[in-house]
Design a protein around this ligand. Structure first.
Ligand SMILES: [Zn+2]
Length: 671
């Protein structure tokens, strides 16, 4: 039908990026069908090869297969998450179970698996390089964990589970997006009057997009959080906070609770089929943490200190509330408001004042500057047709050589999923041909003119850029081992580590420049900002750790209980303070239920944080955040290695030994 389907043609574009100006939504269906069929043919040819298995005719042949599918999917997944529309969502709903069946068809190909197993059994006699060995181990492990070694009957069961799980994951995301899209709060003049300028402007922009006349607060993080910080109207705060906290549990069509429950049950069945007691045990086997006990031990150690701190803070905030003449109990919708008041008083930090020093453009430049000083990278803006007019692209060079393309898609819009993430249209590899990374950072900053960021937003920008560096600096041979394809509890190390450079005085002095007066941030404001960087850490740690514990216990439990009942049981067992909610309650815990990536692995951020706190200390010990030798060691041992090296070995090569939890507790100011 589509003779000229641009998704199926060769892309003669710079960096072989997708020709977004030619691609129409109608092209995807045909392209996906063809790409699926092509990969099955390629796989068939490998498994039917009459010659005995060799590394080249089996493992490297697998790597050469599915290229078309990867290409089409990288475009499609980006569009459906960063710029969804009805047609794209429908396609996603239609294709996600098909894709799950497709993967199962490959992993359950017995002849193919026999070849892989045969090679794996003689791995030491194959004369492989360290990276080749790791590749073979990974492919073997992926097949086994997908059920390749199961009996035919169990393989069939596994296939059905995978198919259903992927449908559930897609539905979960779509329900959440629907809830986030539909809710908004119109601001009356009297409510507007007490809000800072930046928030009113952002609320006006949101109203424009929605086509309503009064400014609105919607469920974009960059609107709802400042609203909860600044609105003195307690009734409205309650309304807003409850809408934010109840995403995904509005009953009817978009209710995510039954989905979460079914997902947990299916994951448990899947783990049992593969011979594990529960899903957490299965999941953690290939992570740095290895066992659920190790995760629990880290989280509970931190939990104890975080709760103590949060309780002390709550008592202080309750006094602020009492001084306002309110004698009610202290509720979740009171926390951010009084915390902001306290922050202004104790640290003399005013969000509006701070934001005027953090324009988006300056912060992007700041991230580039650090990447240049640390790793010699340069960024040149380039003009390319991209998938949305808000996207910007930069060509990345090192020693004069083009090494990557970086794309920033920074503004919130209703077609975008919430949160921030880093993905790639193409990851770095040298086999079968050299392939340069095309990396994408997606954020949800409220658009303004200019766009001003909160300090937290700026931190998010640095975080995602840290992931991007992990991709850009990757220097491996095989794509499955490249860039961010490391274990989940290691993947947040480069991103969280990079956040530290935002608070380096040299960086702030240079880039935190007032958007109107162009004067750099004052020494005093900078000190106050850095001094307050651990402000309200009890609250933040409790919010996060309670979510991580619920995720872990969910995947350890063997029960058919209602998820909300189970969630509440876990929360009361660990003693979540009543004035704090989980950062992500179950019905909108997309990390865990939109797909399996962070399932039983939400703890990963904290696991990585133990390392990032310790890794940045290495620079502090030398009293030079840009120490050239240390930056080189970071690049050589960690950022360029992807998953070609065991993460524990990689870290030890950089730092000598693995850190202890104290590094994190000190970093968060909890001890
Ligand atoms: Zn991250």
């Amino acid at each position: 039908m589509f003779f000229d389907n641009p998704l199926l043609k060769n892309w003669n574009t710079p960096y072989k990026i997708a020709p977004f100006d030619e691609i129409k939504d109608d092209h995807f269906s045909e392209a996906l069908e063809k790409a699926l069929a092509e990969e099955l043919r390629e796989i068939q040819a490998i498994s039917d090869n009459p010659n005995p298995a060799t590394f080249t005719n089996t493992i490297l042949a697998i790597l050469k297969s599915g290229k078309l599918l990867n290409r089409v999917l990288s475009v499609f997944y980006t569009l459906v998450s960063a710029d969804a529309n009805e047609q794209r969502e429908k396609l996603m709903m239609e294709f996600s179970p098909k894709l799950a069946v497709h993967s199962s068809t490959i992993t359950s190909n017995e002849k193919l698996f026999n070849r892989i197993q045969d090679l794996f059994n003689r791995i030491d006699s194959l004369n492989l390089s360290a990276e080749e060995k790791r590749l073979l181990e990974k492919i073997y492990q992926d097949f086994v964990r997908a059920g390749a070694a199961l009996s035919d009957k169990n393989k069939e069961a596994m296939k059905e589970i995978q198919e259903r799980l992927s449908t559930l994951g897609t539905k979960f995301s779509q329900n959440l997006l629907a809830d986030e899209r539909s809710w908004f709060l119109e601001l009356e003049e009297k409510d507007e009057a007490c809000l800072p300028d930046f928030l009113i402007k952002a609320a006006q922009k949101a109203a424009e997009e929605k086509g309503v006349s009064k400014p609105i607060i919607n469920l974009s993080r960059s609107l709802i959080i400042p609203f909860l910080q600044f609105s003195p109207n307690r009734e409205l705060r309650k309304k807003a906070q409850e809408a934010w906290a109840s995403r995904g549990e509005h009953g009817e069509e978009t209710d995510n609770r039954p989905i979460a429950r079914e997902t947990l049950a299916l994951r448990r069945q899947m783990a049992n089929l593969l011979g594990y007691t529960n899903f957490a045990e299965f999941k953690l086997e290939t992570e740095m943490a290895k066992k659920p006990e190790n995760v629990e031990s880290l989280l509970l150690q931190v939990w104890k200190y975080a709760k103590e701190r949060a309780q002390k803070d709550q008592n202080i905030l309750a006094e602020y509330m009492a001084n306002d003449g309110i004698s009610d109990d202290f509720y979740p919708w009171d926390w951010l408001y009084y915390s902001e008041k306290r922050r202004q008083k104790e640290h003399e930090l005013n969000e509006e004042e701070v934001k005027s020093y953090f324009s988006l453009d300056q912060m992007v430049e700041a991230a580039f500057y650090c990447a240049n000083k640390l790793f010699g990278l340069s960024f040149q803006p380039v003009s390319l047709p991209l998938y949305h007019k808000d996207c910007k692209a930069w060509e990345v060079t090192k020693n004069g050589e083009k090494i990557a393309l970086f794309i920033g898609d920074y503004f919130a819009r209703s077609s975008k999923r919430s949160g921030a993430w880093c993905s790639a249209f193409q990851s770095q590899a040298k086999f079968p041909v050299s392939q340069k990374p095309i990396v994408l950072n997606v954020c949800n900053f409220a658009k303004g003119s200019p766009t001003l960021l909160s300090f937290d937003d700026a931190r998010t920008l640095f975080h995602e850029f840290g992931h991007a560096l992990h991709q850009i600096l990757s220097n491996v041979t095989y794509e499955p081992l490249s860039g961010t394809s490391v274990s989940r509890d290691f993947v947040e190390l480069p991103s969280q580590l990079f956040e530290h450079w935002l608070t380096v005085p040299e960086v702030l002095k240079r880039f935190a420049v007032h958007y109107k007066t162009k004067s750099p941030i004052s020494e005093k404001l900078m000190e106050r900002l850095i001094g307050a960087s651990n402000y309200d850490m009890g609250y933040q740690t409790v919010e996060y750790t309670s979510s991580a514990l619920v995720d872990l216990y969910f995947h350890l439990e063997d029960t058919e209980k209602d998820v909300m009942e189970l969630q509440n049981e876990i929360l009361s067992k660990i003693g979540l303070p009543e004035a704090i909610k989980m950062r992500h309650a179950t019905p909108h815990f997309a990390h865990v239920f939109s797909g399996g990536y962070y399932a039983a692995a939400y703890y990963s951020y904290m696991w990585s944080e133990v390392m990032d706190a310790d890794a940045f200390s290495a620079f502090e010990e030398l009293d030079n955040p840009f120490d050239a030798n240390l930056a080189k060691s970071l690049e050589d041992n960690i950022l360029s290695k992807g998953n070609s090296l065991d993460p524990e070995i990689a870290y030890k090569r950089f730092r000598g030994s693995l850190p202890k939890v104290d590094a994190l507790l000190r970093g968060r100011g909890l001890i």
